[in-house]
Design a protein around this ligand. Structure first.
Ligand code: ZN
Length: 186
């Protein structure tokens, strides 16, 4: 089967025929697990230092456009995407320990954020189950807050007033997507 990975560019290329934006390329040079990668991501094994050449493909024209990109991989990290072999070689030559450590910190921060986000999703799912199994959606709200409310503290805004789990999940997804959009703007 034709499995591949997708590499996203920092800046899109333009198709010379139709001017459509080309923001990524597919490659079969790495693990082929249908994963998306950006510059600074770990793309393969730590011993790999190489340059991979890929021809750009325009989805709108449905054809290769005769322009190549050069994926520079240093110790398994995608360090850049060059327009020429020479440019990609410079990217490899430019790598040093200082740079790697700073990138590692960026990556770890991203990883940490994703772990937290994942944890929040699991907590929400558990809370949805508990909330509806305990019949809290049917209970009339009283002013006195019991200790039983504490586990639901972070998810109350999605659970309160939802008539069923689907409605709670929809509220949760809407809030998360709104959060992502705002994160994109800033
Ligand atoms: Zn095109």
């Amino acid at each position: 089967m034709g499995m591949f990975d997708t590499i996203y560019f920092d800046k899109p290329y333009l198709c010379p025929n139709c001017r459509a934006k080309i923001d990524s390329t597919q490659t079969k040079a790495f693990e082929r697990t249908l994963t998306s990668f950006h510059v600074k991501d770990c793309i393969s094994h730590a011993e790999e230092i190489r340059i991979v050449k890929e021809e750009l493909f325009c989805n709108k024209c449905s054809e290769h456009i005769g322009q190549y990109v050069y994926l520079a991989v240093f110790r398994g990290i995608l360090v850049g995407v060059g327009n020429s072999l020479q440019e990609a070689r410079h990217m490899l030559d430019d790598m040093n320990l200082e740079k790697l450590i700073l990138w590692y910190h960026d990556l770890y921060k991203k990883y940490d954020g994703e772990v937290r986000e994942n944890g929040a999703v699991f907590r929400f799912l558990r809370n949805v189950v508990d909330w509806f199994e305990q019949g809290r959606h049917k209970k009339k709200r009283t002013k006195a807050k019991g200790l039983g409310d504490i586990p639901f503290l972070f998810d109350k805004e999605y659970l309160k007033g939802a008539k069923d789990p689907i409605e709670a999940i929809k509220k949760f997804l809407t809030a998360k997507q709104k959060g992502e959009k705002e994160a994109d703007i800033f």
